[in-house]
Design a protein around this ligand. Sequence first.
Ligand SMILES: NC(=O)c1ccc[n+]([C@@H]2O[C@H](COP(=O)([O-])OP(=O)(O)OC[C@H]3O[C@@H](n4cnc5c(N)ncnc54)[C@H](O)[C@@H]3O)[C@@H](O)[C@H]2O)c1
Length: 336
Amino acid sequence: MHYNKINKLLEKIFTKYGLSIQHSKICSKALINAELVGAYGHGLSRMKMYCDRIKKRVINPKPKIKIKKISQSISHIDANDSIGFVAADIAIKTLIKNTKKTGIGMVGVKNSGHYGLSSYFVEQAVKKNLMVWCFTNAPAAIAPYGAKKALFGTNPICFGTPSGGKVPFILDTSVSMINRGKIRVAAKLGHKIPLGVALDENGKPTTDPIKALKGVQLPIAGFRGSGLAWMVDILSGVMTGANHGGKVRDPFDDFKGPQNVGHLFMAVKPNIFIGSNYIKRIKENIRIIKKLPKIKGVKEINFPGEGTKKRYKKNMKKNIPIPKSIMEDLRKLNAF
Ligand SMILES: NC(=O)c1ccc[n+]([C@@H]2O[C@H](COP(=O)([O-])OP(=O)(O)OC[C@H]3O[C@@H](n4cnc5c(N)ncnc54)[C@H](O)[C@@H]3O)[C@@H](O)[C@H]2O)c1
């Protein structure tokens, strides 16, 4: 189906579930972006989950979001259990304003929910010529190094900067071997997951996504990935006043209350030390790396975010494929 048509459908569903037109548009655009970049685990496959949570009032469809100004550079947002997309949208806009004023900005968010792809929000600030860092915590998926039980989320780390070209440099990565959305989609579609990304409940490596969801996901690079997950939990959870230490609720399985996810967004003007030389220098940096001799089978060295943009552009020209079971979800949400 064409992405414009799906966008309209999603807006219709969100407004039907009680979101304002403005908030419905924000959420639909973010979900369509996930589909266009090929992040299917963060797109339409989550629509039913968001609507179920709104229906059970563990996502507040009419949040009264409070923005507390701490200084010219720093704001603290209480998202009032809004859907994560809306909280992140307000946060990134606030971050841009704060950073433009002072050269450096920070926004912490509590009482939010799952917001999908960090890069979607980070890109908005990078397009305003800012360098951005963004962190969010997520429900328990990874066991801290040495522990038997999952506690950290897949806690993505995102960094973006203008690259001097049309495509921004955006590194946006989970600290798990694969993101949980991919495992959820594999479970829904009856696919296997790669070996080496998760263990089952008994600590045995598994390729069965259902067993993986009940067991633990593996962090990138062993204790280093576990440490990064912990850092993200501190920055986005402990520091902002959101849930942390494994208390962020799983949006698919735990309807006992709101998730209370936390996010932290930080930005600087990249030219603070070297003026307009920054763009010259980053272009030079990318040029040096791209020119390196390549290993067999690699035609081009891409910087983070480059491949994502290529996929986005290619997919814009095609229909978005919707698997049968997800189409069925959308039908049940009574969209058409
Ligand atoms: N909201 C949440 O709770 C949550 C949790 C986990 C992940 N996520 C999101 O899921 C998305 C996907 O995460 P992921 O860990 O699967 O990312 P990924 O593994 O697809 O990509 C990670 C990073 O590596 C870069 N990359 C990929 N292939 C590359 C190559 N060949 N050369 C150079 N760079 C390359 C990508 O541009 C990206 O920046 C992210 O947007 C993340 O924010 C969200």
